[in-house]
Design a protein around this ligand. Structure first.
Ligand code: NAP
Length: 512
């Protein structure tokens, strides 16, 4: 591991490319750079392993709601998936296996948290301070992910609670919930997997629901050994299967982004599921959503509604007024005693603390820029004012319908081409032009106006405080791929190294 090479010294170390984060995106980026012959790069990872969100989310029932055949790298298909929707341990093993197979682990520094990244115009380097010393880099790639910083609810008295309280993404495996009275706060993608997994073993489960989600059937099943044999040995079958899943999911973009009334088809399926799985009319009324399906992330589960129907489970729809030492009090004045609280309240997405640590050319942090102007970028991969900085899963790259790995691989190709272009042309700096970024975002927001995310009648973390959808891609994902096929130098202001040497000063050119 590189951490050994660094030893105990805390002096600055320079690398050509520094990647921060080693989930699906950072790991994939590292592999691609290695494949194109970039040797002088490092990956900083604050955890003790690769995997990102799949390393961190170990809550009971954690699984992917996108089929694994699609939720995997195109360059590392896995014929051995045990089932159509894999569980977290299998996905984490897959990611670890890819890191080993492509031999990039020794480029990682684990347990190394970036605390600050600052652009230095004089040297044209990023200065990156970490828990394991300082680094400088010609090119910085942020791969910290959007769903990594737990969002802890600001509920009165939560710090006075005497029992165990933990976030879904930081599951406390020491806490034995068997026979305990447990509260789960939230009804998002994480909670709907946690509730059915723990309900059979707890004494009582109070589920605090602010908004009822839409649920679709989960077509999950184990793969037979014959299927796995065919995936492995019959050329093309697995890719064809994967393409079929991709195409079926892509069809949802029509309803989600272009013509929301088309979502009625899925809403009808979801309503039928609700009717058949929730027979108790009072419970059904509580868990019937009041917005157009797709406005929030569509959830898939076969065991969530049955879990809510259990005698030891109660869906609480009154808001939480206060948490006391051993109980939760709701706005109707009811007080429910509880031994442990699971906080499944999602993540800081549009207000990630990571943005406070990155300072650009004009001395402003990303958090300050986003606060003033909204979270905007160019192709989700670059931001004006931040030279030589690229983003994986930056603004408007998120999805509500298919595999994020597809988007990640599109960005990896773009950023890898950017690095190759910088090296080939001897560029000192590249920075996306503000006018290009603004024009890109006008088009993007124009497309989002009619989307179900903006018109579906719900509040969601997809929208920022200005009401702009700064998280999701508003079109077919193959259009994103096409857009990011090549690094488009004219969209960037560039300076060259050779001119520096010739003129002895920075020279600014707009590449054409
Ligand atoms: P989430 O979707 O953001 O859901 C958070 C839940 O907590 C919502 O029900 C929200 O209610 C509720 N909540 C938030 N603050 C609250 C408060 N102060 N008081 C009461 N309730 C509160 O979070 P998540 O379930 O962790 O999922 C986050 C994302 O992770 C998902 O959208 C998905 O992209 C990803 N994920 C994916 C998988 C997968 O299978 N691939 C699994 C888990 C998560 P409101 O709805 O009213 O805001």
């Amino acid at each position: 591991m590189v951490s050994m090479a660094l030893g105990s010294d805390r002096e600055s170390r320079h690398v050509h490319v520094l990647i921060v984060g080693s989930g699906f995106s950072g790991l994939g980026m590292a592999i691609r750079l290695a494949q194109q012959g970039v040797r002088d790069y490092l990956v900083l990872e604050r955890g003790n392993d690769v995997g990102g969100t799949w390393r961190d989310n170990t809550y009971p029932g954690a699984a992917c709601d996108v089929p694994s055949q699609l939720y995997s790298y195109s360059f590392a298909l896995n014929p051995d998936w045990s089932r159509s929707f894999s569980k977290q341990p299998e996905i984490q093993r897959y990611i670890q296996g890819v890191a080993d197979r492509y031999g990039v682990r020794d480029k990682h520094i684990f347990d190394c948290e970036m605390t600050e990244a600052r652009w230095d115009s004089d040297t044209a380097h990023w200065q990156v301070h970490t828990s394991k010393g300082t680094f400088t880099a010609d090119i910085l790639i942020s791969a910290v992910g959007a769903l990594c910083e737990p969002n802890l609810p600001d509920i009165k008295g939560i710090n006075t609670f005497q029992g165990k309280v933990f976030h879904s993404a930081r599951w406390d495996h020491e806490a034995d919930l068997t026979g305990k009275r447990v509260a789960v706060i939230g009804t998002g993608a994480s909670a709907i997997q946690i509730v059915p997994s723990i309900a059979p073993k707890v004494a009582r489960l109070d589920l605090y629901q602010r908004t009822a989600p839409w649920l679709l059937p989960r077509n999950d099943r184990p793969y037979t050994s014959a299927e796995r044999f065919v995936f492995e040995h019959v050329p093309g079958v697995q890719r064809l299967y994967r393409a079929g899943i991709y195409a079926a999911r892509e069809a949802q973009v029509i309803g989600l982004a272009k013509f929301p009334p088309a979502m009625l088809v899925l809403e009808t399926i979801a309503r039928a599921k609700l009717r058949s799985q929730v027979r108790d009319s009072r419970l059904r009324e509580k868990v019937t959503p009041n917005f157009r399906i797709g406005c929030k992330r569509m959830l898939v589960s076969n065991d969530y509604y049955p879990a809510l129907g259990r005698d030891n489970v109660d869906v609480v729809t009154d808001g939480i007024a206060e948490i006391r030492a051993g109980s939760i009090v709701t706005t109707d004045g009811a007080e429910r005693e509880v031994d442990a609280i699971v906080v499944a309240t999602g993540f800081h997405v549009t207000d990630s603390p990571a943005y406070e640590t990155i300072t650009g050319r004009d001395g402003r942090t990303l958090a300050e820029v986003f606060e003033a102007e909204g979270q905007q970028g160019y192709k989700g991969s670059a931001i004006a004012g931040y030279p030589n900085l690229f983003f994986l899963l930056g603004p408007n790259v998120g999805l509500g319908h298919t595999s994020i790995v597809y988007m990640i691989e599109s960005q990896i190709a773009y950023i890898a081409d950017a690095v190759a272009t910088i090296d080939r042309r001897g560029l000192r700096t590249v920075e996306v032009r503000k006018d290009v970024q603004d024009s890109f975002n006008r088009t993007l927001q124009g497309k989002l106006v009619r989307s179900v995310w903006n018109t579906g009648g719900c509040a969601s973390w997809y929208l920022d405080k200005y009401g702009n959808n700064t998280t999701l891609w508003p079109d077919f994902t193959f259009r994103f791929r096409k857009l990011l096929e090549k690094f488009d130098v004219p969209a960037y202001e560039t300076t060259t190294r050779s001119r520096d040497i010739e003129a002895g000063a920075e020279s600014k050119v707009v590449a054409g």
